[in-house]
Ligand binder design. Structure first.
Ligand code: UDP
Ligand code: MG
Length: 343
């Protein structure tokens, strides 16, 4: 199923256009973590090994590091991060003052971590680490943003798979530019990150925001694995909330639908009125029925309530945005990766 947009650029073409590679960048891996104590030991082991390998092979410059963002965990997650930061020079931690949700935690990591390129990924090892060297290659070939796209969704439950795919199609239908089956596993260059800093939205839906940045973008495919350990931290409630942010932050289409529905219903009532008048004037059977009086009343009441609800949702967004509240607060940091110069 291809639902891609014109901003998708072919990785192969990118290579052909740019035979001269950029120098190996300082890579920062950014991982939001919410109660991830079960997966952190394995994630750290694999990521430390990956960075060592990349540095040894010349794919990443020395000083590359892992940045865990503890999103207000209530278990031993932060203690583990602090221990790893003490044990490995390439591990750093950022602790948020409370749980702010995956998107805010991720943004905090992206805006705080230094490095020439930043790769965001989940802490639960669902994102294939072997895609990272390919993403860096695409960057070195000239891309500013590299999106990792799932080849299949076999690892997800039937419900998650079908609802996610239906949602991507809905967004595409509503005119929201998102890349099909791409979540938040992506590489961004320092330049793209600095552009992202300029967006001050309260309601974050990063995968919708990134295409707004423009820049040369390429796609790398990967196989998504099942969660390594622990449970999903994205219950249905959080998933629905993110889905709603995606729609209401990027398109006013639902409001336009209301206008269209309102116009249609009004036109219909006018026609109905003309028809009733015709019956009254030209025939003697004009006994107004119960149904024609009561049904439209309920119908219109329903349409009006629904419309008010949707308008209210947008109004609530404006209200919250005018408050310009900070999206996160950093409580503390650990590790020695924060004094590096931003290239
Ligand atoms: N996460 C977070 N804050 C939250 C919920 C999730 O930082 O409030 C992190 C979580 O630790 C993980 C990533 O976001 O690294 C994706 O979450 P998860 O794997 O549970 O989502 P799923 O893969 O089930 O959609
Ligand atoms: Mg996951």
């Amino acid at each position: 199923m291809e639902l891609h947009d014109p901003w998708r650029l072919d990785f192969q073409k990118g290579l052909a256009l740019c035979p001269e590679l950029r120098p190996a960048p300082v890579v920062s891996l950014v991982l939001p973590c919410f109660n991830e104590q079960e997966v952190l030991p394995e994630t750290t082991r694999r990521l430390v090994a990956l960075l060592a390998r990349l540095e040894a092979e010349g794919g990443a410059a020395p000083g590359s590091a892992i940045y865990y963002v503890d999103d207000g965990s209530t278990n031993c997650t932060w203690r583990l991060i602090a221990d790893y930061a003490a044990a490995f020079p390439c591990v750093c931690g950022i602790k948020l003052s409370r749980n702010r949700g995956h998107q805010n935690a991720l943004l905090c990591g992206l805006l705080t971590a230094p490095g020439g390129v930043l790769v965001s990924l989940d802490a639960d090892l669902q994102d294939d680490l072997e895609a990272i060297p390919r993403m860096i290659e695409a960057y070195r070939a000239g891309s500013e943003i590299v999106c990792a796209v799932r080849r299949r969704r076999d690892a997800d439950s039937f419900f998650k798979r079908t609802s996610a795919e239906a949602y991507y199609r809905l967004l595409s239908f509503l005119g929201v530019q998102v890349l099909f089956n791409h979540a938040d596993f992506r590489l961004m260059s320092r330049r793209a990150i600095e552009s992202l800093r300029g967006y001050e939205e309260t309601h974050l839906f990063l995968r919708g925001l990134i295409p707004q940045l423009g820049y040369r973008t390429s796609v790398v495919e990967f196989e998504r694995a099942p969660r390594f350990a622990g449970e999903s931290k994205y219950p249905l409630r959080k998933m629905l909330s993110l889905a709603w942010q995606g729609v209401t932050s990027f398109t006013a289409y639902p409001l336009r639908l209301i206008t269209g529905a309102g116009a249609l219903v009004s036109l219909g009532s006018l026609l109905l009125a003309a028809w009733a008048l015709g019956i009254r004037v030209f025939t003697d059977q004009a006994v107004p029925g119960w149904a024609s009086a009561v049904i439209p009343m309920y119908l219109l009441g329903g349409v009006q309530l629904l419309s008010l609800g949707i308008i209210g949702e947008y109004l609530a967004k404006v209200y919250e945005s005018t408050k310009k509240r900070p999206r996160f607060h950093v409580e503390s940091v650990c590790g020695n990766g924060f004094d590096k110069e931003k290239p």
